[in-house]
Design a protein around this ligand. Structure first.
Ligand code: ADP
Length: 535
């Protein structure tokens, strides 16, 4: 039951506050003292001392009345009044001692401690004076200064003052340490506020424990209706495409609160296209000394200008490529027609063949640039139709044979008689051609390329294996990145611009497939494409 849990928690907090002297609530202080007095009375009862209508009984009454005062005032007593309550507690101890079965004078230590805790050195002085006047002097007057009584009566104020001074000194040190911590906090807050990166610190449960000024600006854009202070709240936060809203479990804060670490996770925040910002988010886990997850730190870098520049560049590349392709297609067409004309002299034919080769190369590059722009704009648009993948692969291999023959590389193909699928035939041809061209380009004379098509776990698996230059482990991670070329490829001056594999992956993934590579530097590579065979 929430009510009971809440009360239980309040009492535990109050008890901890009394024991650690960390509370300043007079109710908790007085309850602690009343309990101590009760334990003292109970112990004396067990020891056979009957407290009837006597001064010790009056002292208990005084303590209880003071307890009632603290509760009736709802703990909102001014400091002077709390001081008076503690002095009266000392007086109650003094009263309790005025009987043949006198109560324990050591109980003054508790009010003395609190006087030191609340009023510092002045509190220790008040505790000392009050103990002498209210406990020692009346006690000596009652018992006389003979025997053990003198030593007992004098040791009580001494112990009270020492305890009170000790806690006053401790509090002074704590106060100085707190000042230093507070100063450091202000310095680090000011420093973090000057950084042009949004910073957030989460606790182990995903609660926000800190954020800098820059991030408050981002939060205002992302959560115009306010934020709950917990990781994973959905708002005006969109995926890197700028249109798909992020679900709770996709939010960077949620992922970081699950212990995930990442870099350059791109998001857009804000609804208005004019004011919204693109952010690149990184997250790192914070661990305690035992290595247990203790929270996470996130950094949000504003990359709006970069993203807008990329958009402009993509649009520019797309439109320029488009404008270039039309005249180039006509050049290629007319050169072909001239080459087919048998009346040209052999020198002109050779020169036209050079023109043809280079125009074809230019056309391929422009087509690749256009494909890349299209992939950037969204998933590749497909025109799926029933298609025999085995026949398609064999046709691509046959088309590549003359080039392979000229390069001195053997070309093997193993494919079933037929493999019906539902694919975009032209796009898949582009995939197979790209892989065959690469396998040839990055292999040397006398080696072999083997193309294999099988069905595995309900998927068509096409592999192209070569014995070429291979790809290092570091390069394999970046292979499908646009414009990436391996150092080896550059060093050997093998022609290419690094677009083929990123386009190939775009096409394969648009079909719901996957492309992967196994390779060993200097031994060869195997590119594997897995495609669904749904018909
Ligand atoms: P391009 O071949 O035009 O450079 P790709 O995107 O097709 O562009 O390939 C990217 C890079 O991957 C190449 O530059 C090359 O370094 C490497 N690569 C691709 N295929 C192979 C292969 N079969 N063997 C070795 N390296 C390859």
């Amino acid at each position: 039951m929430p009510g009971e849990g809440g009360t239980g928690r309040r009492w535990t907090t109050a008890l901890r506050g009394v024991l650690l002297a960390s509370t300043t609530d007079p109710r908790a202080i007085q309850t602690g003292f009343a309990l101590l007095v009760a334990v003292d009375v109970a112990l004396r009862w067990v020891g056979g001392v009957r407290v009837g209508l006597s001064l010790p009984a009056v002292s208990v009454l005084v303590v209880l009345v003071l307890l009632a005062v603290t509760f009736l005032s709802r703990g909102r007593l001014p400091l002077r009044a709390v001081e008076a309550v503690l002095v009266l507690d000392i007086a109650a101890v003094g009263l309790a001692r005025l009987s043949p079965d006198g109560g324990s004078g050591l109980l003054v230590v508790l009010p003395a401690l609190w006087l030191g805790r609340l009023l510092g050195r002045r509190g220790a002085a008040v505790a000392g004076v009050a103990t002498v006047l209210l406990v020692t002097v009346p006690g000596l007057l009652y018992t006389g200064a003979e025997g053990i009584f003198l030593s007992r009566s004098v040791s009580i104020p001494v112990v009270a003052v020492i305890a009170s001074l000790a806690i006053a000194g401790g509090m002074e040190q704590v106060g100085r340490a707190m000042e230093t911590v507070e100063h450091q906090r202000r310095v680090s807050d000011a420093t973090l506020d000057t950084v042009d990166v949004g910073l957030v610190l989460l606790d182990r449960r995903g609660g926000y424990v800190g954020l800098n000024r820059r991030h408050r600006d981002f939060m205002a854009l992302a959560y115009p209706g306010g934020h709950s202070g917990r990781a994973g709240q959905v708002g005006e936060v969109l995926d890197s495409d700028g249109t798909t809203p992020l679900a709770a479990e996709q939010m960077p804060t949620y992922r970081a609160a699950q212990g995930e670490e990442f870099d350059d996770c791109r998001i857009w925040v804000g609804r208005d296209p004019l004011t919204r910002r693109a952010l690149s988010v990184s997250a790192r886990s914070v661990r305690d000394e035992r290595g247990t997850f203790a929270g996470a730190a996130l950094a949000y870098k504003d990359v709006t200008d970069f993203m807008r520049a990329m958009e402009v560049k993509d649009e520019f590349v797309a439109s320029v490529s488009h404008e270039l392709r039309t005249p180039l297609t006509s050049i290629v067409g007319y050169v072909q027609m001239l080459l087919e004309d048998g009346e040209l002299d052999p020198v002109a034919v050779r020169q036209l063949q050079v023109v043809d080769r280079n125009a074809q190369r230019l056309l391929r590059l422009i087509t690749d640039l256009l494909d890349t722009a299209q992939i950037d704009a969204g998933p590749v648009a497909l025109t799926r139709a029933p298609c025999d993948l085995a026949q398609l692969v064999r046709a691509c291999v046959d088309a590549a044979r003359p080039a392979y023959r000229a390069a001195g590389i053997r070309l093997e193909v193993h494919a079933p008689a037929a493999l019906p699928t539902l694919l975009d035939e032209q796009r898949i041809e582009q995939v197979v051609d790209n892989l065959l061209t690469n396998a040839m380009k990055y292999s040397s004379r006398g080696t072999e390329v083997c193309v294999e098509l099988v069905v595995q776990d309900g998927r068509a698996v096409l592999s192209v294996r070569d014995q070429g230059i291979g790809i290092s482990a570091a390069d394999r991670d970046r292979l499908f990145t646009r414009f990436f070329r391996s150092r080896d490829a550059e060093d050997r001056s093998i022609q290419g611009v690094g677009l083929g594999l990123s386009i190939t992956r775009g096409i394969v993934e648009a079909h719901g497939g996957r492309i992967e590579v196994d390779s060993q530097l200097g031994v060869g590579s195997t590119f594997r494409v897995r495609l669904p065979v749904a018909t």
